[in-house]
Ligand binder design. Structure first.
Ligand SMILES: [Zn+2]
Length: 486
C-alpha cells in the first residue's frame, strides 16, 4: 500500500531549493515515488492518505555526530574544558554495560525522533567488556525505535598520555592514566579485526543500519590503524568518521607527533577523501580548510558542545566561503545536553555572527538547514536529506498552526530561527510512520523512562566511584590546559 500526503507545504531541499506551496508526496515502500504539486499527483484507490494541509513537510533531520552512551549522564559532568571533562566521562563509562547502552541509545533516539531527526550518526564507544564495546546494543535500540543510524565504531591504539600535550603525568596520577589507556586502547590488528567483524555482523544498508570505522582522533591512532580503517571503508564503500582538532590542546599534538597539522598528517596518509567526515574541525589552519574542501570531505559542526566545553568556534563560515559542505551534530548528551537538531541549527546560524563583522559571511537559514539535511546525508553516503522521487522516505511533518509559523513569512527562516521541535507531528523513517501525532509509535515512552531509572539507580555508586578515581587527574590536566593558553 502506498502512502500519499496531500496539500502540504513542501520544503524539498533539492538542488533548486524548491518550496512547493500546495504539494503532495507519494511514498511507495521505503522510497519517495512522487514529490510535486498536489494537482499533478498520481492517485490510486487504496492509498493511505494524510491530509497535509495542516503541515509543512521537510526531509528528516540528520544528527551527524553523537555518542549515544552519553544520554544517561545528563547533568552529571562538571563544567570543565574538554580534556578534564573527558576524563570524567570516560571514567563513568567504565561502570556501564550492555543493558545501559541499550536504554541510553533509546533515550536519545526518542528525543531525536520526536524533534524531527531521522538519522543519527553514533560515534560509539562504550566499554571494552562488551562486544563491539556495546555498539550492537545501540543498533538494537535504534532499530527498535525506527531511527536510521550510522554507527562508527570508535577505536584508538595509542597510550592516553601520548595523545595530550603533557610532558610527564605526575606520579600520583600515573595509575589512573594507565587505567584510561587500558580501558580504551587495543592493539592495531585487534581493532581492525573487530571492525571487520562488526561490519560483517551488523551492517544492513537496506534496513536502517550503516556500520563503519570511527577512529577516535588523529592523535589517538597510529598511522597503521588510520590507514587500516581507511582501507576497510574504501573497500566496502563505507563512510569514515573521526574527531579532528576539537580543542587547542589537541591541535598542538599535530606539530608534536607529526611536525605538521593533524589534518595535513591525515591527508599525507591518503585518508582525506569524500567519505571522510571530521567532527568539530575547530583548531585548524586556513590551509586545512582548503584541503578538506578540495578532497570533498565534510566537517561536522557541533555548536552546542563547543560552547559547553569552551572549545571555541569552528571556522564554519570559512568552509562555506571555500565552497565546502558542512554537516551538523548535537554531540553527546553530556556535552550538549539537548539532542534536538532544531537547537543545533539555530545555534549554528547564530554563534558565528559576532566573530565576523562582515555580515556577508553570516550563516544563512538555508545553509543551516542544508547542513542538517542534504549535506549531512551526502557526507555519509545516505540517499535521504532531500524530498525528491527515488530518495529514501524520511519525512517530517510539522504543524503549521503554531507560534513558530504564524504568520508564515519565510518558511526556511522560521524553521531555523523560530521552531524548537515542538511543532513536529508526524515522522516517517524508511517509509514507516514512527511518530504519529507527536507520539512514538514503536515504543512506550513512559515504560522506557521507567526502565532507564530501574537500570541506572543501582549503578549510581559505581559511577560516582569511577568519577572520583578520575578526579586525581584533574590538577595535571588543568595545569596543562592553562599552559596551552599561555
Ligand atoms: Zn564527539
Amino acid at each position: 500500500m502506498k502512502l500519499r500526503i496531500e496539500h502540504a507545504l513542501i520544503v524539498t531541499m533539492n538542488d533548486r531549493d524548491q518550496v512547493i506551496e500546495d504539494g503532495a508526496v507519494v511514498v511507495n515502500g521505503n522510497r519517495l515515488e512522487y514529490v510535486g504539486p498536489a494537482d499533478g499527483c498520481p492517485r490510486q484507490d487504496g492509498d493511505r492518505v494524510i491530509d497535509g494541509s495542516r503541515f509543512i513537510a521537510i526531509p528528516g533531520l540528520i544528527d551527524a555526530h553523537n555518542h549515544s552512551p552519553a544520554n544517561i549522564f545528563r547533568g552529571l559532568m562538571p563544567a570543565r574544558p574538554l580534556e578534564i571533562w573527558r576524563a570524567y566521562w570516560r571514567a563513568a563509562l567504565r561502570a556501564c554495560g550492555d543493558e545501559l547502552f541499550y536504554v541510553s541509545a533509546l533515550l536519545g533516539a526518542m528525543e531525536m525522533l520526536k524533534t524531527g531527526c531521522t538519522t543519527n550518526v553514533d560515534h560509539f564507544f562504550g566499554n571494552q567488556n562488551s562486544r563491539y564495546t556495546g555498539a550492537g546494543q545501540a543498533i538494537r535500540a535504534m532499530r527498535d525505535l525506527g531511527l536510521r543510524h550510522v554507527v562508527a565504531l570508535t577505536v584508538t591504539d595509542r597510550a592516553y598520555e601520548s595523545t595530550i600535550p603533557i610532558d610527564a603525568p605526575k606520579d600520583d596520577t600515573s595509575a589512573e592514566v594507565s587505567r584510561m589507556t587500558s580501558a580504551e586502547t587495543k592493539d592495531t590488528q585487534g581493532w581492525l579485526d573487530e571492525i571487520e567483524a562488526f561490519i560483517d555482523e551488523l551492517h544492513d544498508p537496506d534496513g536502517l543500519t550503516t556500520c563503519c570505522p570511527g577512529p577516535s582522533a588523529v592523535q589517538r591512532c597510529t598511522d597503521d590503524l588510520l590507514q587500516g580503517v581507511a582501507a576497510i571503508s574504501e573497500q566496502r564503500g563505507l563512510p569514515l568518521h573521526i574527531h579532528l582538532a576539537e580543542t587547542k590542546s589537541q591541535s598542538l599534538m599535530g606539530p608534536r607527533l607529526y611536525g605538521t597539522t593533524l589534518l595535513k598528517h591525515l591527508d599525507d596518509l591518503g585518508v582525506v577523501r569524500p567519505n571522510l567526515s571530521t567532527a568539530h574541525s575547530l583548531w585548524i589552519e586556513p590551509e586545512d580548510v582548503e584541503i578538506i574542501v578540495e578532497r570533498g570531505a565534510t566537517p561536522v559542526h557541533n555548536p552546542a558542545s563547543n560552547l559547553r566545553l569552551g572549545s571555541g568556534l569552528a571556522p564554519i563560515p570559512h568552509f562555506l566561503a571555500a565552497g565546502g559542505r558542512v554537516a551538523l551534530g548535537a554531540d553527546g548528551a553530556c556535552s550538549n545536553d539537548s539532542q534536538n537538531m532544531f537547537d543545533a541549527m539555530r545555534l549554528a546560524a547564530l554563534i558565528h555572527n559576532t566573530r565576523d563583522h562582515d555580515f556577508n559571511h553570516w550563516i544563512t537559514a538555508r545553509q543551516a538547514l542544508s547542513m542538517t539535511t542534504r549535506w549531512g546525508a551526502r557526507a555519509f553516503g545516505l540517499d535521504c536529506g532531500v524530498l525528491e522521487p527515488g530518495r529514501l522516505a524520511d519525512i517530517v511533518l510539522l504543524k503549521r498552526n503554531t507560534a513558530a509559523f504564524t504568520p508564515l513569512n519565510d518558511v526556511v527562516t522560521q524553521l531555523v530561527f523560530c521552531e524548537n521541535g515542538s511543532s513536529v507531528d508526524t515522522v516517517l523513517v524508511n517509509g514507516e510512520i514512527v511518530v504519529d501525532g507527536g507520539r512514538l509509535t514503536k515504543v512506550d515512552e513512559a515504560a522506557v523512562l521507567a526502565e532507564v531509572n530501574r537500570l541506572y539507580d543501582p549503578l549510581r555508586p559505581a559511577i560516582q566511584n569511577e568519577m572520583q578515581d578520575a578526579a586525581v587527574m584533574e590538577p595535571s590536566l588543568a595545569e596543562m590546559y592553562f599552559q596551552v593558553f599561555g
